[in-house]
Design a protein around this ligand. Sequence first.
Ligand SMILES: [Zn+2]
Length: 439
Amino acid sequence: MNASHSDVRILQGQTLSFRADPFVVGPDAAIDYNSDGAVAIRAGKILEVGPRRAVTGRFPGAEVEAYPGDLIMAGFVDCHVHYPQIDIIASYGEQLLEWLEKYTFPAEAKFADPAHAADAANRYLDECARNGITTASVYCTVHPGSVDALFTAAQARGFAMAAGKVMMDRNAPADLSDTAQAGYDESKALIERWHGKDRLNYVVSPRFAVTSTQAQLEAAGALWKEHPDTLMQTHVSENVYAIEHAKSLHPYAKSYLDIYDKKGLLGPGANFGHAIHLLPEEIARLCESKSGISHCPTSNLFIGSGLFDMRGLRDCDQPVAVGLATDVGGGSSFSMFETMKTSYEISQLLHYNLHPAKAFYLATVGSAAVMRLDHRLGNLRAGYDADLIVMDLASTPLIAQRMRAADSIFDALFVQMILADDRAIRATYVAGRKAYARG
Ligand SMILES: [Zn+2]
């Protein structure tokens, strides 16, 4: 008897996957592209990706959703974002240290209220779904309840989210400060409550060296060592004044990165935000320790931090793992198209051309690799989690017109990363279920 595949769903459209790193093998060898393709999914997993006839023929009786002309690819992965800052996006004026004082801290203080946190978490996940972001590495606030709120909302929707309570024990308002011991204890309790539950991962999250004492960074390092399958995130070399401030507070360190190194905070699964003004020895140490970087282009321009050196960090002999990130609310957009566009423009200023295959790779596989999740999500591959997006390649009249002249998948991708916004996301699937459909 012929097996029916009524539990299988097939999405038909153009398909794009990565088979290798385009920074290493070049764009052509890096991608698998089907102009008439299909993706079969079942029980939250991708069963198969390939030419439409082959995939459809393999699963008779499957439910088919046709997206003719659209591009199906992995959902975007945002490897650095502050969900409590959703309401201060687009705030005028300041650079990093003043930005924190004037906008960030007052916004984060409101997360002492669990109802406020739950509301913000749900609005944040709505923005993710609308923008095709299916996984993120999220900073919460100092309040453990802010982590509970995000994980509760993410769990209900099936998102694979990583998040952690911010640890801060100096240079922050009293109502946003913990202590080395409280930061450790609260983070440990959150690990026990959430890490590894469904699709959730905990991230040990000392905010940065300016707001943590030596004792707190030591406690963070100890906690991560005790729970080595959790992740670690912090900020490094974002702003030139912050570098001097951090070094003055941690005089035992040779450099900004060395502050974290001395506390055991480097290694696979360590995710350093920004990394703009690095010394050569810091870059070498990031590479050697297999630590990762989240590149936050809209934030770096919006709060005037500096220009990320993509060639020197990624397109070189000793590359560092790099992912692409919105860094909302210092970042000015939830759109990964806008984020890729800004990364391209920053690279242009440094006389480096960021190829669209590389930009899309960083926004999916690259970010997943920084979060040590690239073995199971961030790519359209059999066996991977079915987190994917359907992209309308002609979402505005201008894009539709420009696409008539697009003569390759790379040109089509480039047009999208320069011109598209959330209107290009026709649908977002999270663990095989439709989490968003454009109205
Ligand atoms: Zn940040």
